[in-house]
Ligand binder design. Structure first.
Ligand SMILES: NC(=O)c1ccc[n+]([C@@H]2O[C@H](COP(=O)([O-])OP(=O)(O)OC[C@H]3O[C@@H](n4cnc5c(N)ncnc54)[C@H](O)[C@@H]3O)[C@@H](O)[C@H]2O)c1
Ligand SMILES: [Zn+2]
Ligand SMILES: [Zn+2]
Length: 345
């Protein structure tokens, strides 16, 4: 089968690989129909993720059709159309029983990381019963690809952890796919204001179409003043960090209102300053989270009832043969205006 293989920092190739086989009785083999590329795949290609070793097939998102199942799989059978979660969950360990699937002691984020992933014609999915979801009749498969990772991430790490409430004010720093997913799902709770902050005017335009009440381009360095003007000098009740660099987390520290919550989503590679000298008396909360995908069944319902349209995030479409071109397009988003790219097998 064809597969996109990570060959070490800066190197990848579309290679011929053997079709995966069932290893554990809880596994399924899924024939991929649609997959996509995540910002995290670019992190891997930079060499930022040591758990992902050269030789690994990348990808942790996708939909497909069950080809074979192990002896212990009871919820799925060959021919079933399924959504693949980016998080594999055994359902039984201490963390799974606390609904912290991301910390599953034998699972978590392993697909396209410590085991082969979804950017291929077939994938082996561990713990199939508790890591795959049946695709509802008539559902749009492209839209569903957004539910493998980015929608639950924006919702769980940003909106739920950020305690977004009716009438509150929210700032989302970073208007990439994750920040935009937080913007879409924050609107479940009817916040009064959602202010999107980014350096890219195209992405800020997209954010306006997705429901942002105001946008700030932070390139000129007056972001704090601009935001304070928008919020009557108070700051925001929820600040969602969706970039993963010190300057954007520190911006959240400056714009959070008393009693507010900073919800970090970004993957950070370096130390960030915590300004307790200005925050110690402001009754704030800071949260961090690796997506657990516990909200996937709920998000599937909202998709089915058209309460949310994640298809808005898809800007480009490619065949698996063109996946290197898909990576180029996705990696140069400022020029190509790419958000999510769909790769069809
Ligand atoms: N916690 C989790 O479970 C989890 C899961 C998935 C992704 N992530 C992380 O979420 C973050 C966002 O992911 P993404 O795919 O949307 O990334 P992305 O790179 O596509 O988007 C980041 C956005 O931030 C903007 N930006 C960069 N510097 C900025 C600055 N100084 N001020 C304002 N905006 C700035 C960029 O223009 C871009 O639009 C990444 O760090 C990713 O690794 C976390
Ligand atoms: Zn991802
Ligand atoms: Zn577990």
């Amino acid at each position: 089968m064809k597969a996109l293989v990570y060959l070490g920092p800066g190197k990848k190739a579309l290679e011929e690989r053997p079709k995966p086989e069932i290893i554990a009785p809880t596994d399924a083999i899924v024939k991929i129909t649609k997959t996509t590329i995540c910002g995290t795949d670019l992190h891997i290609l930079k060499g930022d993720v040591p758990s992902c070793q050269p030789g690994r097939i990348l990808g942790h998102e996708g939909v497909g059709v069950v080809e074979t199942v192990g002896m212990a799989v009871t919820a799925f059978k060959p021919g079933d159309r399924v959504l693949i979660s980016c998080i594999s969950a055994c359902g039984k360990c201490t963390y799974c029983r606390k609904l912290m699937y991301s910390h599953c002691t034998t699972g978590g984020w392993i697909l396209g990381n410590s085991i082969d992933g979804t950017q291929a014609e077939f994938v082996r999915t561990p713990y199939a019963d508790t890591s795959l979801y049946p695709i509802p009749e008539g559902a749009d498969e492209e839209a569903l690809v957004m539910l493998s990772d980015i929608l639950p991430t924006g919702f769980e790490c940003g909106v739920l952890n950020g305690r977004v409430q009716p009438g509150c004010s929210v700032a989302i720093v970073g208007a990439g796919p994750i920040g935009l997913a937080a913007l879409l799902t924050a609107q479940f709770y009817s916040p009064a204001e959602i202010i999107m902050i980014d350096l890219d005017d195209n992405r800020l335009e997209v954010a306006k179409r997705f429901g942002a009440t105001a946008v700030i381009n932070s390139a000129d360095g007056n972001t704090v003043e601009a935001l304070m003007q928008l919020t009557g000098g108070r700051g925001v009740d929820t600040a969602i960090e969706a970039v993963g660099i010190p300057v954007t987390f520190e911006l959240c520290e400056k714009i959070i209102a008393p009693g507010g919550t900073i919800a970090n989503i970004g993957v950070h590679g370096t130390t960030v300053d915590l300004h307790l000298e200005s925050l110690w008396n402001r009754n704030i909360t800071i949260t961090t989270r690796l997506v657990d995908t516990v909200s996937t069944p709920m998000l599937l319902k909202t998709l089915e009832s058209n309460k949310i349209d994640p298809k808005l995030l898809i800007t480009h479409r490619f065949k698996l043969d063109q996946i290197l071109q898909a990576y180029e397009t996705f990696a140069h988003a400022a020029d190509t205006h790419a958000l999510k790219v769909i790769i069809e097998t």
